[in-house]
Design a protein around this ligand. Sequence first.
Ligand code: SF4
Ligand code: SF4
Ligand code: SF4
Ligand code: FES
Length: 948
Amino acid sequence: MALVSEIDLGTPAPRSEQKVSLSIDGRHIAVPAGTSIMRAAAEGGTQIPKLCATDSLEPFGSCRMCLVEIEGRAGTPASCSTPVAEGMIVRTQTDRLARLRRGVMELYISDHPLDCLTCAANGDCELQDMAGAVGLREVRYGYAGENHLADRKDESNPYFTYDPAKCIICSRCVRACDEVQGTLALTIEGRGFGSRVSPSAHENFFDSECVSCGACVQACPTATLIEKSVIEIGQPERSVVTTCAYCGVGCSFKAELRGDTVVRMVPYKDGKANHGHSCVKGRFAWGYTTHRERILKPMVRERIEDPWREVSWDEAIGRVASEFKRIQKKYGPRALGGITSSRCTDEETFLVQKLVRAGFGNNNVDTCARVCHSPTGYGLKTTFGTSAGTQDFDSVEQADVIVVMGANPTDGHPVFASRMKKRLRQGAKLIVIDPRRIDLVRTPHVAAAYHLALKPGTNVAMLTAFAHVIVTEGLVNEEFVRTRCDVVAFQDWAAFVREPRNSPETMASVTGVPADIIRAAARLYATGGNAAFYYGLGITEHSQGSTAVMAIANLAMATGNIGRPGVGVNPLRGQNNVQGSCDMGSFPHELSGYRHISDAATRALFESDWGVALDDGPGLRIPNMLDASVAGRFKGLYVQGEDIAQSDPDTQHVIDGLKAMECVVVQDLFLCETAHYAHVFLPGSTFLEKDGTFINAERRIQRVRKVMEPRNGFADWEITLKIAKAMGYSMHYDHPSQIMDEIARLTPTFAGVTYEKLDALGSVQWPCNEKAPAGTPVMHMNGFVRGLGNFVITEYIPTDERTGPRFPLLLTTGRILSQYNVGAQTRRTQNIVWHQEDRLEIHPHDADQRGIRTGDWVKLQSRAGATSLRALVTDRVAPGVVYTTFHHPDTQANVVTTDYSDWATNCPEYKVTAVQVSPSNGPTDWQRHYQAESAQTQHIASSLAAAE
Ligand code: SF4
Ligand code: SF4
Ligand code: SF4
Ligand code: FES
């Protein structure tokens, strides 16, 4: 496949519906009002030379390459910054224009190294292209005068270089950082000849505010900003469009390759989730796919204390099947289970749950969404009728009030955060509800109208207080409630929230936020125009996670902020395919499309397609599997692409459960923490090595395309097929598209999905069926999926996890931009330079009381366990609250988290743990033990790699 090329039309498309007609070089063209002459010409097939213009940025008009003549106007205006007008007659090719353009180009080239043949951008340089386009044949000025040719390169960023000798001061990088990324890290410092691109005033890129999103590199028309991988490997020869395997934004990328080596990942302009933007993870952090610690051969061992032994695929699969069959014979069919992965494709996830239900003959299947967004599924299904966010990402462009609650988009969902910041810079109002001062509270040109720094664990109290204000101050959208919602349920709810015990004044002491601020924020939400809620794990990972989701849905219905662009209830999903893994029937009680396993008609559909009888009762959830294992009833587990020993709460309990099993099969890229307790290790494949689909946070189904052959030999779906066959339940698919055909056949919300359609449209958002053949960007437009919207009473019940004299502080956890989840991938890339360890953020007041300074080792202790890490004293957290990330396994933050969980879904209460913090001398015994085990694992991985 050749390189996928994208045409640059020079300036962004205007939004106008009104058409304007003009003539360009004698050709009549009609374009929307507000279109630039440059774009109109390009749409008509004429490329006007340009350097400072690109269609992802607003026109700037600085390079003077794009001059045109307009009949009746003096001079030669810049076509990028001149809009079309009715009847305009434009000439783009005249002798005068050619002379002027050559003159401008001559000036650029006179201060540019003439090293095209050895330049890394040779063949992909707009300056080179434009010199050719304007017919430059000589440069009269020579190099004797003052120039920038000897300026020093900045190579401080691990992924790209800045070579000022090649800079033409077009400002595209500065504008990309401002307009697209919204970090505003770059300026042009100095004037005239002394001008120079400067990251955060005189610093190098690494030490500046730059977050390495790569937007400036992509915008740069020369080799000034260029990927180090291009310098090292050379220009790519082919590209494949695929989807990022990190977060739930689901950015589209062109994977550009030279031979079978990925040279770079370039965000794809036609990607509907990212529109050509990216973050540091998707753009640069793909090195883990070829990391030397990746395991490429299957391994087995008798006992988990034994050393691993490399075996053939046949032997490994045979071992899995014989052990699983032995276990079922001895302990019964329900002694086995499986865990699907939110990092694998929809098709792979579907197959694992099919293997469990049809092959194992039980419903013991669960997914890591259990530990993140299962309350979203429950809460939105109960209130709206379906378990998914209501909007597409584009919707934020029409929001007037944006509420971000329990989420940190600039770190967790960076590309969407950039779009959100753009809307905020245009004037939308922001309400942040979070115990921590996340970056969005104040970034360049963005300041939250309100930051409600509530106490961890009080979300429901806060949301119900919002509802109290809306109901008691007459801010309910009566028309919406009357026509779209269950009015009886509304009345019950309104009577409940109206009670004085739910007022901001009462809840102020619970939440720690003054009543007048709660009132003002609630009024803004209800009356500020289109209001949209965006929330994350800070909502769901609580004992009242499902209640909080329903409380948000109640607010959206009461104010009519649902069912059109600009509004809605939007869960920001953590992993790339959390939405998909839930959609595919990964939960023990639901088949694909969220249909309960006890529903006979649904079961009959699957039974006739799969040729087996299905168990009609829900199977075990992950925590129940572990409990049953400790109790001696659950003996075998197939874990595809999950690391429950690191990501699930109460690590010691997880380990006890795994150790009590007789056959644990782990399928993964690396010897993860769970693999310490495995008997069979099956090497997994990366997203670059397989075909399939991921579904992002806006229900968008997008293609994952195979870029290279699997280094381990098989894609993950093929491995599941092998296990099924060996166990005697054969499934036949030649390609994942056939698995999608089956999903569509069995799942009404996917009925219209095919790979052909995905290839033709780029992506579709489910529901995609007869009623909505091209998908559904915004849900619940003309009615809720369940019919009438359902208001649910949201009584605030404090968590049982309380602070007290022994554990006086509340621990909450979160993520950082450069790392992803448990860090298995990002720690194996150069992203590690930005986050070499997890630190404990503690307020100066609490730190002072304990004699703790930044950098000190501290012991973090809860009733579940203790760990040690280093402190960061900061007022980003409120007094009484401490915060850490969990990207490094040796921090073992989950040793500290408890087994409390959401009442409806068992989602663990990661966000609230009562702890004590005290000075310490270094790692705990637990951590030392872990480090020893981990060193042994690394040794195995390295020696296996060396033996390759
Ligand atoms: S990489 Fe991104 S954040 Fe850094 S300077 Fe470039 S555009 Fe700005
Ligand atoms: S670094 Fe590149 S994009 Fe930025 S001003 Fe220089 S040439 Fe233009
Ligand atoms: S925002 Fe998410 S999906 Fe997009 S590049 Fe970053 S990690 Fe990948
Ligand atoms: S492209 Fe129009 S002035 Fe640079």
